[in-house]
Write a protein that binds this ligand. Structure first.
Ligand code: 2PG
Ligand code: MG
Length: 428
């Protein structure tokens, strides 16, 4: 299974900016390709995404990263066994954050090599990943964006995502239908009440609201209209993305003219969780506000999934610190926050050792690449966050999961709301 060639291109992501596609060949017949995504609300501890700077593409070109693949990486990989690709990549860029070659260059090759290896073995990608992890395959429960704010929707809300989780569906295709009923009911509710129905970066809606509770109310009405019981059939989830609200020791909720200390921020979130059936809160505090996170976890960790995104950046060292500090109980897993499949799988393995629930996630600037769907199934990850159910960079991943569910026809478990491992009858 020796690598015979490697090549990269500059292609576009869903926000109309350049990103890296890599193609890896094994022998002359087996090939795999991958395109990397890009975040907008990034954590400062993420691996380094290499951009060209200068005037071309407003500084966002990726020709340097592409050149790194076509020169240094190509030279080092030709003749190497596909299984050793990530080891070699990590040896080539020992900077600790992929700043030598760019995480966008490194990840594109890492994922393309895995696809080429799966093709060589004649197995679907999720099977190949299952071979690496030894996990039992699962079809993940989706956590789906309905209303966007923050960096994804021109700051119409301060919170970045209001999402829903179908809790009672018995399989993935039923879960998507439940989500679809709420999504279309929300569209109708918004248009009847005079709000915009334009879509934000992840395919969710971006109505202008006067408060976060107004957005919660719109969402609740849209869950009830098709006949679901909020909190029973459909749970609410939030991505506060609080790193991007934090400055000088305070959280700024512009919409409601609030400037909150970390303790007050925790009170604010706790109150929302008391008033609405919220089952998961992501980045409720800022990426380095460990004190705030500790208080948040003490207050809510027993009954709500507390998900660390900017906090953990898929990095085992930061997740370990979280476990030691008693912070959060769940980890968002984004391969481009670390830069290789191997490191992503190491983060997942650590999550399962310490009992933190992992949630595999897309980025707000994404592409037609559906790698994360196979990753979730093959690594046995029971939750996935892809954005909303519109726009084809999102549907490529949902559709891939629908096909896998059909292919495995019952051989993979679908856990529904139980994937959140919460106590109480919310998801029982
Ligand atoms: C997040 C992601 C996806 P981004 O914060 O969880 O919703 O956004 O890719 O912009 O970091
Ligand atoms: Mg996030």
């Amino acid at each position: 299974m020796k690598i015979s060639d490697v090549k990269a291109f500059e292609v576009l992501d869903s926000r109309g900016f350049p990103t890296v596609e890599a193609v890896v060949w094994i022998g002359d017949r087996h090939v795999g390709s991958a395109i990397v995504p890009a975040g907008a609300s990034k954590g400062s501890h993420e691996a380094f995404e290499m951009r060209d700077g200068g005037r071309r593409w407003m500084g966002r070109g990726v020709r340097k990263a592409v050149d790194n693949v076509n020169t240094v990486i190509r030279k080092a990989l030709i003749g190497v066994e596909a299984e050793h690709v990530d080891d070699i990549l990590l040896g080539l860029d020992d900077s600790g954050n992929k700043s030598k070659l760019g995480a966008n260059a490194v990840l594109a090759v890492s994922l393309a090599a895995a696809r080429a290896a799966a093709n060589y073995k004649g197995v679907p990608l999720y099977r190949y990943i299952q071979g690496l992890t030894g996990a039992k395959p699962v079809i993940p429960t989706p956590m789906v964006n309905m209303i966007s704010g923050g960096h994804h929707a021109a700051w119409n809300l301060d919170f970045q995502d209001l999402l829903i989780i179908p809790l009672k569906a018995e399989n993935f295709s039923q879960a998507l239908e439940d989500v679809g009923l709420v999504y279309h009911s929300l569209k109708k509710t918004l248009s009847e009440r005079g709000y915009s129905t334009l879509l934000a970066d992840e395919g969710g809606f971006s109505p202008r609201c006067r408060s976060h509770e107004e957005a919660f109310q719109l969402l609740l009405a849209s869950i009830e209209e098709p006949g679901f019981k909020p909190g029973h059939d459909i749970g609410l989830a939030l991505d506060v993305a609080a790193t991007h609200l934090y400055s000088g020791g305070f959280y700024n909720i512009h919409l409601e003219n609030l400037r909150l200390s970390p303790g007050e921020m925790v009170d604010y979130i706790t109150q929302l969780c008391g008033r609405y059936p919220v089952v998961s809160v992501e980045d409720g505090c800022s990426e380095d506000d460990w004190d705030g996170w500790r208080v948040l976890t003490r207050r809510l960790g027993g009954r709500v999934q507390l998900l660390g995104d900017d906090l953990f950046t898929t990095d085992v060292k930061r997740i370990r610190k979280g476990v030691e500090e008693g912070v959060a109980n769940s980890v968002l897993i984004k391969p481009n926050q670390v830069g290789t499949l191997r490191e992503t799988l190491e983060a997942l393995k650590y999550c399962s050792e310490v009992g933190y629930t992992p949630v595999v996630s897309a980025r707000s600037g994404d592409t037609e690449d559906s790698f994360i769907s196979d990753l979730a199934v093959g690594a046995g990850v029971a939750q996935i966050k892809i954005g909303s159910i519109a726009r084809s960079e999102r549907t490529s991943k949902y559709n891939r999961l629908l096909r896998i569910e059909d292919e495995l026809s019952g051989a993979a478990k679908y856990l529904g709301g139980k994937a959140l491992r919460l106590s109480g009858d919310l998801v029982g």
